[in-house]
Design a protein around this ligand. Structure first.
Ligand code: SF4
Length: 352
C-alpha cells in the first residue's frame, strides 16, 4: 500500500515558486520569464552543457562550454571538426569517453538527422553518450516533454525528502519512482532545472541549507534532524592501486608524445610514452627497459592520480636527447595537444 503523503502538488508549487525567484541563471538556460515570452532553448547548447556537467561542476564546465560554442557554434561544425581538435579542447574535463561520444553523436545528428536533435526522450536515448538522465533532461528542457530527470543531486534530495532507507545504488529504481510522483507535467522544463538547482545549491551533500529550502516543511530527514545520513550508501570498496612509468624525453625544443589506443581508458588521448600500468611495481631497471630510447634516465618524481576504479602511481623519468620518431610537441604549445590531467601532471614533474 502506498502510504506516502499526498503532497506532490504542494511540492511542485513550492519548488517552482522557489525556482522562479531564486533559480540559477546559466548561459545555456532559458529563464522562466523568457520561456513564457516565447524564447526556446537551443538543443545543441543544452546537450553540450549536459554532457559536460556529467561528473563536473558548473564553474569547472562553463569555460569549456564557452570555448566549444565559440569554436563550434553549431552541431555541424562540431561534427566536421577533426576528432583530435575536439579532444584537445576537452583536455582537463576528464572522462574522455564523453568527448569521443560527443563527436560521434554530432556526426550522427549531421548525417542521420539533418543536423536537428531528435525531439523525444526515446529518440535521444539511442544516441551515443546520451544516457537516461541526459535524454530526460534535454527532452524536458528543449521540447517540454514531461520526463523524470534524476541525477546524483536529485537522488540525494529525494532520498532525504522521503527518508529512503535502501542504500544506493540498489535504491535507484525506488528513488526514480518517488521522483516521478512529484515531477511536473505542466512545466517540465522549469521543473527539471529547478530540482537540479535544489540539489546543487540548497540540498548540498555536506551542509544542506534547509532554512532556505522550499521543501523543508515536507522533508522527512529535516523533521528527524538527520539530513546528512541520506542518501544511504553501500560501504565503499577500497580502490585498487596500479603502478606505471612515463618518460619525459625532450630535445630542449619539443617533447616526445604518443597517442593512446582508441579504445579503453583515456582512449585516443595523448600521453608521455610509458609502460603498462601494473598491479605490482617492478624494479626501476624493468621500467627503464621499456623506455623509448637507451639513455641516462633520471627519476624526476612520482605522480598520483585517482581514476574512478583505481589509484595510479606513475614514476616520471626524464632525459634530454635527440628525439626518436613519434609525435614531437613543441614545449611552448603543449596546450594544443590532447593531454589528459594525469599526463599534464606528469609533464610538469618531468619539466621541473
Ligand atoms: S529540507 Fe534540507 S534535507 Fe530536506 S530537501 Fe530541503 S535541503 Fe534537503
Amino acid at each position: 500500500m502506498n502510504n506516502r503523503p499526498h503532497d506532490a502538488p504542494a511540492l511542485r508549487v513550492a519548488l517552482l515558486d522557489w525556482y522562479d525567484a531564486s533559480g540559477r541563471t546559466l548561459p545555456w538556460r532559458i529563464r522562466p520569464e523568457d520561456r513564457a515570452s516565447g524564447v526556446v532553448a537551443n538543443p545543441y547548447a543544452v546537450w553540450l552543457s549536459e554532457i559536460m556537467l556529467q561528473q563536473t561542476t558548473v564553474p569547472h564546465a562553463t569555460p569549456y562550454w564557452e570555448k566549444f560554442l565559440a569554436e563550434f557554434p553549431t552541431v555541424e561544425t562540431l561534427a566536421d571538426a577533426p576528432r583530435d581538435r575536439v579532444l584537445t579542447l576537452w583536455a582537463g574535463l576528464g572522462y574522455y569517453a564523453r568527448a569521443r561520444n560527443l563527436h560521434k553523436c554530432a556526426q550522427i545528428i549531421r548525417d542521420e538527422h539533418d543536423g536537428v536533435f531528435p525531439g523525444s526522450e526515446a529518440a535521444l536515448l539511442k544516441l551515443p553518450g546520451i544516457g537516461p538522465y541526459t535524454a530526460a533532461a534535454i527532452a524536458a528542457i528543449c521540447y517540454g516533454e514531461a520526463t523524470n530527470v534524476v541525477d546524483g543531486n536529485v537522488e540525494r534530495v529525494i532520498s532525504r525528502l522521503r527518508a529512503v532507507q535502501t542504500p544506493l545504488p540498489p535504491a535507484k529504481a525506488e528513488i526514480n519512482a518517488l521522483a516521478g510522483e512529484i515531477a511536473s507535467p505542466e512545466r517540465p522544463a522549469d521543473y527539471a532545472q529547478a530540482i537540479m538547482d535544489l540539489g546543487a545549491t540548497i540540498c548540498r551533500p555536506k551542509n544542506p541549507d534547509c532554512e532556505a529550502c522550499p521543501w523543508q516543511a515536507h522533508c522527512a530527514a529535516y523533521t528527524a534532524g538527520n539530513m546528512t545520513d541520506y542518501p544511504k550508501k553501500l560501504p565503499k570498496k577500497k580502490l585498487p592501486t596500479r603502478y606505471g612509468a612515463v618518460f619525459y624525453l625532450t630535445d630542449g625544443e619539443a617533447l616526445l608524445l604518443a597517442r593512446r589506443p582508441d579504445k579503453g581508458l583515456l582512449g585516443a588521448m595523448m600521453e608521455l610514452p610509458g609502460t603498462p600500468w601494473l598491479v605490482v611495481a617492478p624494479d626501476a631497471a624493468d621500467w627503464l627497459s621499456l623506455a623509448p630510447a637507451k639513455l641516462n634516465w633520471e627519476e624526476a618524481g612520482i605522480v598520483e592520480h585517482v581514476f574512478t576504479h583505481f589509484r595510479l602511481f606513475l614514476t616520471v623519468y626524464r632525459a634530454q636527447s635527440e628525439l626518436p620518431e613519434g609525435i614531437h610537441a613543441p614545449l611552448h604549445d603543449l596546450k594544443d595537444f590532447a593531454l589528459p590531467s594525469v599526463m599534464v601532471k606528469a609533464a610538469m614533474v618531468g619539466k621541473a
